[in-house]
Design a protein around this ligand. Sequence first.
Ligand code: HEM
Length: 429
Amino acid sequence: MGDETGDKAWWTFSIDEAVRADPKQSRFTGEMDVNPVLSGGRRMLDYHKYIGLDHLLISQRPSSSIPDERVFITTHQLHEITFKMVAFDMAVVARTLESLTKVGDPTAILRRCSEDEPFWRPALTAAARASFACRELLPSIMRYLGDPRDADETFSSIEFSRFRKNLEPASGFQSAQFRLIQRGLGKSNLLSIRLFPSDTYRENYGDVHDSTATVVDPLILRHDAAVATPAKASSLALVTHLDAAAHRVLDAIGELGHGKTAAPEHIVSADIDRAIATLERILSSKRRDVSGDVLEERKRRHTAAVEWFREDMASAVVAENDRREHLRRARAGAQVLRALAPASHLATVLRHIVRADEALHDPAHDSFLSVHLRVTRERLRQVNAYAASRGEQEPSAGTGGGGIEYLGWAQKHLIPLFPALVAYREVGE
Ligand code: HEM
């Protein structure tokens, strides 16, 4: 089976109970059949072929003979496979919610939110899996690279420093699937903001842009850019519909609410000011050890970067606040759901999506990004200490992107401004 067929098979799924319950309808035939009848009348599928072991196990190509590099590759791959699964599960939920709005009147939709378990089953397991993967799997997998809170050292910073330069400018920052997931979790407006970490990419990939880039810019994501920003007709587009599909269902139920409801809270100018003040502090720290022409050139670039950020942030906030203005009825729908059907299938699914978002991003908890930050900070601290102990120059703070400060800044000041299911979450448990 070729990769294209594999991808087609992966994304060909049905939430229709009649199809799922009937093997004649659900089983793939022709080129998508993984276990065709061969000429002798036998079927020959085995474990090895079914899970594509040949492809899977030759996809680890280290840059060095250093043993610890192997876990560095596999940790990233485990994340990407998990991201793939999370993105798929979000698509299952999105399609279920989209088909729910076709049910008709709000009372029928609300009834269906509690009844018809077979209709909900794929979305229930998918939402629970997405939440489980983000809460349990991703932070655990990340710890494979050495969480300072774990007793045993599973990955050595000294060894890391010996192969890290071989990989520049590659960085997990370029994970397009992570950006796709963030889109599905209501962060598209955030992803349109140009941030500062594009110098390294511009230098290394020879791009002609003379500006900072968004995290989904093809300059950064390269051949994977279409994954983070899928075309309308692509299978991945469904993943990006999740947040809007959930709000549309709530909007329909909102008709059953009483009176006027407020829009979800807006992002305010103080939020923007805080983000800019921190960005300016980070950038000025990057000018601390330079002087003369280099300092002047950096100052020019940093001033421009802050201006671009201010502009983009302002338009992202206008777009986001405008979107929220249109979520008044969805907010009313969330209130109806909490009051009338808090234990419904819909409420369960939405709770899982909110949990998945928090488990990926929340700075106040052991989220994927928090564990990543803890691991990275410790790794880079140790790499620098090792370099200093040998009288060597400290390596640059980041691999390809803006470095460690960018991570903490974005997690604390930007991402929380764009939560998933904003109209639902605000109404409270
Ligand atoms: C020793 C291990 C790691 C180090 C030192 C490290 C370092 C970094 C740094 C410095 C950044 C900021 C951008 C840059 O300067 O390149 C970053 C971003 C990122 N890394 Fe890692 N990383 C590590 C492991 C991982 C793993 C295993 C993943 C899994 C896919 C990952 C995913 C990401 C993502 C998604 C971002 C962007 C986060 C955001 O924009 O909010 N990293 N990493």
